[in-house]
Write a protein that binds this ligand. Structure first.
Ligand SMILES: [Zn+2]
Length: 407
């Protein structure tokens, strides 16, 4: 048990007169000592209670009660537990009694074990969090990363700022000196106003010399997951990924007249080769059904996915397939389907990736990708309202903008 905030708060109870203890002629009120601990490796709720002074049987019974409100097996190392002890100041610390013990779940519920009369009860309530809207803007000088850092954009949100544009932007080429960005997100604060975490990026505006102004707004449709849209309500997400893995470099481009590195003679290379370490996960480029999953001559271990009547993608030279996948399996965009290898006719670990449109292999790096889903018409009024609200935040009055935060 590590004392994180020992005696973080010592305050005089409003009921002090009721419990006041008298020492001679001086009235000494009871004190409340609030302590925040973190569970350490291997520590359980039960063992924590025993450290607070409960005997084994009581600790077991209390854990059993709390477990009905929240599965205590889910508590992890580092989980904060806030205890409040109420006792007369004359009581030695070792004899203080637990008045309440609170902890917060990852889904922002507050679980409280509290003393009432002579027994302990458990209560579950919704955590009352506060938020503070944040605005950041920056101009790229040396790199996007440095500009984001200068603008005090949390590092964790840098990826979140560019992610909505992953389908439209070539990050290595499209950012230039003088390009700028604006970002809106929220800080989520606990009951006492202490920082807890960041929200995802809520809105981004990029002003790129090469590409013009690009915007993305986070919005949750009534029957769907949150996603990023442009101002027209079109998903920023395309229905196919251009690059289905994290790769080191493109080792061979789509080329109808390439000299084959193994066979030696001229043979078209109708795919893109991504060099990557053996075992690098390969993702499904889009939602679809697996139509082939087998050894396929020079392709080695091979998977082909049919996305719709028009689009298919193929993945070759895999080291191994993701377990559980077979012909007929349905996969979603981004699901791992296998791992980079060098099976079949191959000179080294890489993914050979093919995009097939109407039965013809095309250059996946150049092809126009099919659009993602747009918001349904009946959501547009609500969506426009949200866009207006976010646009106002993206364009704060000049004076405030200088301070880098409107609220
Ligand atoms: Zn290839």
């Amino acid at each position: 048990m590590k004392k994180m905030l020992l005696c973080a708060l010592i305050y005089i109870s409003s009921l002090s007169s009721v419990f006041a203890a008298e020492t001679g002629s001086i009235v000494i009120p009871p004190i409340h000592v609030e302590v925040t601990d973190k569970l350490e490796n291997g520590e359980s709720f039960n063992s924590y209670l025993q450290q607070l002074g409960f005997n084994g049987r009581d600790a077991y019974l209390l854990s059993y009660k709390v477990n009905k409100a929240y599965n205590l097996k889910k508590l992890q190392r580092g989980q904060e537990l806030v205890t409040v002890f109420t006792d007369d100041i004359n009581t030695p610390i070792s004899n203080r009694r637990l008045a309440r013990l609170d902890f917060y779940t990852p889904k922002d519920k507050r679980i409280s074990l509290y003393k009432e009369a002579d027994s302990y009860n458990v209560e579950t309530s919704k955590r009352r969090l506060k938020t503070s809207t944040q605005y950041r803007t920056g101009i790229i000088d040396s790199s996007l990363y440095n500009a984001a850092e200068d603008a005090k954009l949390p590092i964790a949100l840098i990826a979140g700022m560019v992610e909505p544009f992953a389908w439209d932007i070539d990050f290595s080429r499209d950012f230039r000196k003088g390009d700028s960005f604006k970002v809106i997100y929220k800080e989520i604060l606990d009951e006492k106003g202490h920082f807890l975490r960041h929200s995802p990026v809520l809105a981004v505006e990029l002003n790129l010399a090469r590409r013009g102004t690009l915007k993305a707004y986070r919005y949750k449709p009534k029957n769907g997951r949150s996603n990023y849209y442009n101002e027209k309500g079109e998903s920023r997400r395309k229905s196919l990924l251009r690059t289905p893995l994290n790769f080191k470099r493109i080792s061979s481009h789509f080329n109808p007249k390439r000299k084959h590195p193994v066979l030696g003679y001229t043979r078209a290379h109708k795919g893109t080769d991504f060099a990557a370490a053996t075992g690098t996960p390969i993702k499904a480029a889009g939602d679809g059904r697996i139509v082939r999953r087998s050894w396929y001559g020079g392709y080695g271990r091979y998977i082909k996915i049919r996305h719709n009547a028009k689009y298919e993608t193929a993945y070759a030279h895999m080291h191994r397939y993701k377990k559980g996948l077979k012909v007929g399996s349905y996969v979603r965009q981004g699901d791992i389907i296998g791992y980079v290898g060098s099976s079949g006719r191959s000179t080294g670990p890489h993914l050979h990736y093919e995009l097939i449109v109407n039965g013809r292999k095309v250059n996946a790096m150049r092809a126009k990708l099919p659009k993602g889903k747009s918001l349904p018409r009946n959501e547009m009024v609500e969506f426009k309202k949200e866009v207006d609200r976010l646009n106002k935040l993206l364009n704060p009055p000049k004076k405030i903008a200088k301070k880098n935060s409107p609220q």
